[in-house]
Design a binder for this molecule. Sequence first.
Ligand code: PA5
Length: 434
Amino acid sequence: MKSISLHIEKTFDFIKEGAIEGFKAQIKAANDALENGTGKGNDFLGWLHLPSSISKSEIDELNATAKVLRDNCEVVVVAGIGGSYLGARAVIEALNNSFSWLQEKKEGNPVIVFAGNNISEDYISELTEYLAGKKFGVINISKSGTTTETALAFRLLKKQCEDQRGKEMARKVLVAITDAKKGAARITADKEGYKSFIIPDNVGGRFSVLTPVGLLPIAVAGFDIAQLIKGAADMEKELSKDENNIAYIYAATRNALYQSGKKTEILVNFHPKLHFIAEWWKQLFGESEGKENKGIFPAAVDFTTDLHSMGQWIQEGERSIYETVISIETPNRELHVPSDKENLDGLNFLAGKRIDEVNKMAELGTQLAHVDGGVPNIKISVPQLNEYYIGQLFYFFEKTCGISGYVLGVNPFNQPGVEAYKKNMFALQIKSVV
Ligand code: PA5
């Protein structure tokens, strides 16, 4: 089986000679700290050997629950935010037909929509309007069970589902993924008798895509979770054996670039379907590394779309950035440029070529231009966009993130900074009712 690969040659002109090798001892120490559970945040290492430890019976149970939702729903709402949302959306959007949201339930696949990731009255109201009269179900995902955005959406969706479909059917199509014992989501699920899954205590939100948090919605959308897990498990094995593995090299390269003043990493894709993979990656690295006044800022762009906007900044703005391109080797579909008698657009020289050839020329041309313009370039090559390679990609990024965070000297597994806005929000709400 092929594997994703990493290419860092286009960073060498921007870092001191030997800088990447210079991190070798620190990378090894970081990896040992992860493997031996001796580093900061070591009570959140449940993700490290998760892929290889998921059993067939767990996968069967998830697929069985997915079938209940698929059999009984035209639409399934996935309610969650941050780590309880982005992984599922990343896979579903990467693998779904780009226009699936325009289609009604097709080939047994319910339409998947997302909620509980904002507090916009318009969004929630428009969602409830869309769901009116539809056979819908909800997967309510919250580790704490008390996150405002998700709890607020679920309160409305639960009522609407019960009103529209009756209590008995609602009990069948409302599923909870939450803590084993605590939180409002657990209490409600147990009281109402919903099917529920547990988020392990030792897996933080942004590392939870391979728990039911990501796996159930992905299975409901009709994708092969066993292949996703296999890809991650194969990568887990790959990264455990070789000291010069791609997670070591990516972590060392990122830290070398950071030391040379490259403070922003831009994750680039040339397929808009990867937009939410980038959102997931942004959370993974941003929440893990951005603390103690340190950390590379993770940004993302969708090319070639954003070449017509952010392309200017990347080419000529402040030279504090580097790019990491996710390059898909072979697209899943084939489409050729047609010949045109009049050739008014002058594109007949492309006639007969695959659209992807044009895209690859854009990718190469962009890489050369940006490197020339002073932007180091890392490339992650992915053989094909499918469950297996996305599984590899997830684990590769998670492992790199753990190592890279330890090299940076922070605890990559906590997120004290996200509490600040919540404290203010609650204080202001209390003030407004007294
Ligand atoms: O990574 C994290 O810990 C966060 O993004 C959480 O996943 C997010 O805040 C949602 O929390 P919860 O699952 O408790 O609702």
